[in-house]
Design a protein around this ligand. Structure first.
Ligand code: 6CS
Length: 338
């Protein structure tokens, strides 16, 4: 029979050996929902993010595309409550939660030039330093924001001047500043969640909506409208975030992993979008040859641009000093990339 002291010594040695053995990192399953299909821009971004995480750790990421967990407002609630670890929600739907996020709907604020636009998203202090603080107040860790393409209008009748939007019930995402913008152009803005848009156009409840080219094509907006008008007033912005308690609780190694995945997917999605707008409009023209696809001239854009001042004032009215600070910083960031 071994002596008791020997048994204790062996036991101690075994626990020391366990303590010095490298700990196997825990493999977690993370859930990530977004507002689009898997093969649309947000889905392509999410897929790249998932690939990076899974190639560089034992964690897995389960993706939930549009419709699987509800509308944009539903997935945001799920992310805030911690049911989801990651969510992509566009500022178009974040206005009620973070009013300053509506700055992306001041018409003609973002540049049309792709290189300038991309550089703005890469370097903007407003996006990379100021917005994270505002999202944090809502229990969210803002990981990134990226553009999804020039927004164009789809309507039943041609739009060449603001008066052409008179009496047009125009669907906008659910944020008050977009309502102001379309009201300033003379339309009757109608905020609706995305899932209701195709049916509402089909039944005539609304007569127009706006979205970037790839989305007009993939969601077949051209089946229920006759005219696409591009007037250079905006580029669709989206945002990816994590539940803040979840993020704060990650090890330094996992935080770095998430940041690297964010960066890899960000670089990929900008590259992926080169030429996407033109390609999408071309596909629409092929699918429906009598679809009218128009780009307004500089002169035709002028009256739409003139209304932008009013929308900017409305933005400041809604957000006060903190909105003004964001707007001023964005203008400075945009100036820096010119
Ligand atoms: O218009 C919308 O509601 C949708 N548009 C895009 C490009 N992405 C998601 C969003 O739900």
């Amino acid at each position: 029979m071994p002596k008791l002291s020997k048994i204790i010594t062996r036991g101690l040695l075994a626990s020391v050996a366990l303590a010095v053995m490298p700990m196997a990192a825990q493999a977690d399953e993370w859930r990530y929902a977004f507002e689009e299909a898997l093969n649309e821009v947000q889905g392509v971004y999410a897929t790249k993010f998932k690939e990076h995480i899974e190639e560089n750790s034992d964690h897995t990421v389960t993706l939930y595309p549009f419709g699987t967990l509800g509308e944009s407002a539903d997935i945001m609630e799920q992310a805030q409550s911690g049911i989801l670890q990651f969510v992509d929600q566009s500022p178009g739907f974040t206005g009620a939660l973070i009013p300053e996020a509506q700055v992306f709907f001041v018409p003609y604020l973002l540049p049309q030039d792709e290189e300038q636009l991309f550089e703005f998203f890469r370097t903007s202090k407003a996006i990379n330093e100021m917005f994270p603080e505002l999202y944090a107040e809502q229990g969210l860790e803002l990981l990134t924001m990226f553009p999804e393409g020039e927004v164009c209008l789809t309507t039943q009748e041609p739009v060449e001047k603001p008066e052409d939007l008179n009496e047009v019930k125009f669907r906008v995402m659910t944020n008050p500043l977009l309502v102001e913008a379309y009201a300033a152009w003379g339309a009757t803005p109608t905020p609706l969640p995305w899932g209701e848009v195709y049916g509402a156009l089909q039944t005539g409840i609304i007569q127009g909506q706006e979205n970037p080219g790839f989305f007009l094509e993939s969601t077949k907006m051209y089946e229920v409208t006759n005219v696409i008008t591009c007037l250079g007033h905006n580029n669709f912005t989206t945002a990816v975030m994590a539940n803040k308690d979840f993020y704060d609780g990650l090890s330094d190694e996992d935080k770095e992993l998430v940041q690297n995945a964010t960066q890899a997917a960000f670089d990929y999605i900008l590259e992926y979008q080169k030429g996407l707008q033109e390609e999408a409009l071309k596909k629409i023209a092929e699918a429906k040859p009598d679809m009218q696809i128009k780009t307004l001239t500089e002169e035709q854009r002028q009256p739409f641009m003139e209304a932008a001042g009013k929308v900017e004032e409305a933005f400041i009215g809604m957000t006060g000093e903190s909105g003004k600070e964001i707007l001023d910083q964005m203008k400075a960031d945009l100036e820096a990339v010119k």
